[in-house]
Design a protein around this ligand. Structure first.
Ligand SMILES: CC(C)(COP(=O)(O)OP(=O)(O)OC[C@H]1O[C@@H](n2cnc3c(N)ncnc32)[C@H](O)[C@@H]1OP(=O)(O)O)[C@@H](O)C(=O)NCCC(=O)NCCS
Length: 286
């Protein structure tokens, strides 16, 4: 009993601390978008039709009124999408967003279930790092300076990371990993989150990705290392059995990295929209 009480008090202190000391990344429009998303998630987190991956709230799957809901979410946050949209149904959604004055954006939904777990385990069994690098997990005690370095490296690669509370897994079920050199430089990172409601249709699915490697360190399998560890940690800690990520058609390195880990192009897309009034020319992420 005493142990549970102490843990509960520690959790409360961390939540309050994270509100007070939150670290956000990106352009002002991206920071404001993520802040609105976290506020919106407080209101929507109990509804299984919504999904949250530590950056924005989206629709977890097609509904009869998907377009209206995504348009509303986009006008509130600046960006939103509908997940698991069958490829042949995406055009109608995207054109509804455009007709509403939003900018539609389509991401191929790369997706893997058992293939992701087996490929990730196989990768980790054989991978040998020869540069003296360490793969580490962000936790509630990770120093702010490290969080800032991860976020800045990720932004240089064009990938919007979650704020510090998301990376630390405070109030959200997820893991965030990073690769550090012997002198403490962050050279790669990524994360994954159980982004669907336990009572919804995809309780064992995770959003996985946000992978970024410093441009001087690319081609050394660092993204695979980070990505594989995230898959196995999500499977072990949270029982995740499905892993998906949004990849643009013009991103061959990301496509190759996903496929290497058994996460392949699926018959689904993410049908997303940005609001130019709120976001201007700022894109959400790469
Ligand atoms: C995508 C990214 C994270 C890959 O990082 P990385 O550490 O260089 O990747 P890895 O070394 O682990 O390589 C993974 C696979 O991609 C392949 N690859 C790497 N660069 C490639 C390129 N330009 N074109 C095609 N394949 C490429 C590798 O050969 C490897 O495949 P293989 O194992 O079958 O040979 C990195 O390029 C990056 O940060 N890009 C910008 C941000 C981004 O696009 N993130 C993904 C968002 S969806």
């Amino acid at each position: 009993m005493a142990v549970y009480t102490v843990r509960w008090i520690e959790t409360c202190i961390r939540k309050v601390h994270s509100i007070v000391t939150e670290i956000n990344f990106g352009e002002p429009a991206q920071i404001a978008m993520v802040q609105r998303a976290y506020a919106l998630w407080v209101l929507l987190k109990d509804d299984p039709i919504y999904s949250f991956q530590a950056r924005t709230v989206s629709l977890a799957k097609m509904q009869t009124d998907s377009a209206e809901r995504v348009i509303a979410l986009t006008r509130l946050q600046g960006y939103a999408s509908c997940h698991f949209v069958p490829r042949d149904q995406a055009a109608d959604l995207l054109s509804a967003y455009d007709s509403a004055g939003l900018n539609s954006v389509q991401w191929d939904q790369y997706w893997g279930r058992e293939s992701a777990i087996s490929a990730s385990r196989a990768f980790l069994e054989t991978y040998q790092n020869t540069d003296g690098l360490s793969l580490k997990t962000v936790n509630p005690d990770t120093p702010d300076a490290v969080i800032r370095s991860i976020g800045e490296m990720s932004m240089r690669a064009g990938v919007l990371p979650p704020p510090a509370s998301g990376m630390r897994g405070i109030g959200i079920r997820g893991v965030y990993q990073y690769v550090e050199t012997a002198d403490g430089t962050i050279v790669a990172s990524g994360g994954g989150f159980m982004s669907y409601h336990p009572d919804g249709p995809r309780p064992d699915e995770a959003f996985w990705g946000m992978l970024a490697t410093d441009e001087h360190w690319r081609g050394k399998r660092l993204a695979c290392w980070v990505g594989a560890q995230i898959v196995t940690d999500l499977a072990t800690i949270y029982g995740a059995r499905g892993f998906s990520s949004g990849v643009k058609a013009n991103n061959p390195s990301s496509q190759a990295m996903c496929s290497r880990l058994g996460i392949n192009q699926s018959d689904f897309v993410y049908a997303g929209a940005t609001d130019p009034v709120i976001m201007g020319n700022t894109s959400v992420t790469r």
